[in-house]
Design a protein around this ligand. Sequence first.
Ligand code: URA
Length: 235
Amino acid sequence: MRMRLDRYLADLGCGTRSQVKKDIAGGLAAVNGVTVKRPEEKIDTEKDQVTYNGRTVTYEKYEYYMLNKPAGTVTATEDRMDMTVMDLLKDQRRKGLFPVGRLDKDTEGLLLITNDGEMAHRLLSPRKHVDKVYYADVQGKVTEKDVLIFAEGVDIGDDRLTMPAELQILESGDISRICLTIREGRFHQVKRMFHAVGKEVIYLKRLQMGPLVLDQELMPGEYRKLTKEEVDSLC
Ligand code: URA
């Protein structure tokens, strides 16, 4: 694809359009090793090698990041009150990035952030029934009866029951530890399912979404690019 140098640098998050224009005029950008001072210079995104401030800036149409969302952040691109998940990707100012799906403010764990709208649509489409796996601490004794109820579908006050979900009890007690696989993404779904059987989720973390598994090396608030294998598995 051919595009203007200033747009290329701005789209890839090097700065605002006016900032990069100034920097280009000031000699901070080079194409194939030659300094270019005209912001309107056309470059070929596939062939040309662009550097900005001495750093190579490679064009990738789509970018994919795995974030371990910490509690206390909102899943939005902007918010006037709270820190958003996008604020955590401080080095990634690429235009058009957004979080795929939504986790509650107090939920932690796997969140995919991308600029690939088609992939996001495939993962979120209610007709695709992509598996989502959660770990939770639950106030109250989770029992085999709950496993059966969750497998049948739970009345959470919507017009229809939830789809069959797999509940695995890791520890049952005053505070129970569980893993739950659901195939929908209804509002507060996990919390409402436990609420429907008289229990309360006190900690929630998403571990998996479709084939994508949360990297255990990522501390809450940390992120990394998806590997090629991970991107291929999602495609
Ligand atoms: N279910 C919930 O209740 N909350 C989330 O954040 C995700 C799933």
